[in-house]
Design a protein around this ligand. Structure first.
Ligand SMILES: *[C@@H]1O[C@H](CO)[C@@H](O)[C@H](O)[C@H]1NC(C)=O
Ligand SMILES: *[C@@H]1O[C@H](CO)[C@@H](O)[C@H](O)[C@H]1NC(C)=O
Ligand SMILES: *[C@@H]1O[C@H](CO)[C@@H](O)[C@H](O)[C@H]1NC(C)=O
Length: 413
């Protein structure tokens, strides 16, 4: 049955060259309400956050989506079958919020679900895809995060079909709406979701912790229906070992919203979090309360060198280099860049329990094997804000502290 459906879908997709793509040349950036506010979203929060994105300079750096997550709706559709905004939380409706957000030069995101119910037992869009998509278009919404709760009661349609339906509905809605799939950890979506979404979650939910997973979390990408929430930062990075080669412009594997500024991590840990989300080409969606965020966390989110790695023109993710890494002690990832003078990025991250020295033979870094690819390059140590001289045959890193990441951008002189 599953196979047959898959075959049917493949034919459908072949007939439709690309449903995804244009909106996602670079990983999307913005803010989402869920990590900090859960169901407590309202007009005041969305407007003040949008204003704050502008005031802090985050908007200018590219954080331009303001995304309302679950909790904006009422428990019943109206007599015409439409989803409705909770009038206590959104007294002027969603369109008024969209107008405000647009007046600041930003874009508005909304949330729904591919099941009968969403995760908060509000009405999901299953069976109402076209109605809902056209309503979002009428409200001038720019982005849809589409979740996967409440779809399990009806074992009639595969996830692929449920999620594809909304893709078609959005494409036919009359408005260009970014489609962000939140199908957690099932059915290996990096093999199919890239064909009709702009981004697709590659795991169950992140939670605000650097190292500690909630119980039952699966630590690799290839999990079936287990361990879908409570993934720590380090485990999310671990899962990307299998997936980073799939990253490409048009549809991004999404490591979930950032937990920087949510108060559980040290500065080094937050630097690690941000560096990997950028170098692995995950969307960069802030999950903190930016009206109440530390200067240190804000500075991390605003680091221009790291943002440039995320928004690089080539759109290729760094890959894990197991032969240079030491399992349980430190991890080395590297990948090509092609914007401005930048040519390569190398991340060296200490996730062990003592400070380390690392000698990195550049000929063993994929993409830099040939001497000709290395000569003429200089190094920028991003978090130290230091530019150093010409590359030799090796890079020597001294005293990389516990939880610290060294991000080295190799640039043409
Ligand atoms: C709207 O939200 C308020 C505040 O959270 C809540 O008390 C109320 O029950 C909600 N109304 C509906 C119709 O869901
Ligand atoms: C601001 O953040 C601090 C630290 O995370 C927290 O203790 C405090 O409750 C927050 N204040 C508001 C008004 O949210
Ligand atoms: C790293 O190198 C420094 C400077 O050479 C040295 O003092 C330190 O002991 C070394 N650390 C380790 C873990 O080898």
């Amino acid at each position: 049955m599953e196979l047959k459906v898959f075959k049917f879908l493949s034919l459908l997709l072949l007939a439709t060259p690309s449903l995804a793509g244009r909106l996602a040349k670079k990983p999307q950036m913005g803010w989402n309400s869920w990590n900090t506010f859960k169901y407590a979203v309202d007009e005041k929060l969305i407007k003040s956050t949008a204003m704050r994105l502008v005031d802090t300079g985050l908007a200018r750096l590219g954080y331009d989506y303001v995304n309302i997550d679950d909790g904006w709706q009422t428990y019943q559709r109206d007599s015409n079958g439409h989803q409705q905004a909770n009038a206590t939380k959104f007294p002027n409706g969603i369109k008024a919020v969209a107008d405000y957000v647009h007046s600041l030069g930003l874009k508005l995101g909304i949330y729904s679900d591919a099941g009968i119910y969403d995760c908060g037992f509000y009405p999901g869009s299953h069976g109402y895809e076209e109605l809902d998509a056209s309503l979002y278009a009428q409200w001038d919404v720019d982005y849809l995060k589409y979740d996967n709760c409440g779809g399990f009661q009806m074992n009639t349609l595969s996830a692929q079909e449920r999620f594809l339906r909304m893709s078609y509905a959005l494409k036919n809605s009359g408005r260009e709406i970014f489609y962000s799939l939140c199908e957690w950890g099932h059915q290996f979506r990096w093999l199919w979701a890239d064909q009709f979404s702009e981004s697709y979650r590659m795991s169950g939910d992140i939670h605000s912790a650097y190292r500690a997973d909630k119980s039952g979390v699966c630590t690799t990408a290839y999990c079936l229906n287990t361990g879908y929430a409570g993934v720590s930062d380090l485990t999310m990075i671990r899962k990307m070992r299998e997936l980073s080669p799939f990253q490409k412009p048009g549809a991004w594997a999404d490591m979930d919203m950032l937990e920087i500024g949510t108060g559980t991590m040290t500065e080094y840990q937050e630097q690690t979090h941000f560096s990997f989300w950028a170098a692995l080409k995950s969307p960069l969606i802030i999950g903190a309360d930016i009206n109440n965020i530390s200067d240190s966390s804000l500075a991390i989110l605003k680091n221009k060198d790291i943002i440039s790695i995320s928004q690089d023109d080539l759109g290729r993710a760094a890959n894990y280099l197991p032969e240079l890494s030491e399992e349980g002690e430190y991890q080395i990832w590297a990948g090509p860049l092609s914007s401005g003078r930048s040519r390569h990025v190398i991340l060296v991250q200490n996730y062990g329990s003592k400070a380390i020295n690392v000698t990195l033979p550049l000929a063993s870094v994929s993409g830099l094997e040939k001497r000709a690819d290395r000569t003429g390059l200089v190094i920028r140590d991003v978090w130290a804000s230091v530019d150093s001289g010409k590359l030799g045959e090796t890079i020597e890193l001294k005293n990389v502290e516990v939880d610290q990441v060294k991000v080295l951008v190799l640039k043409k002189r």
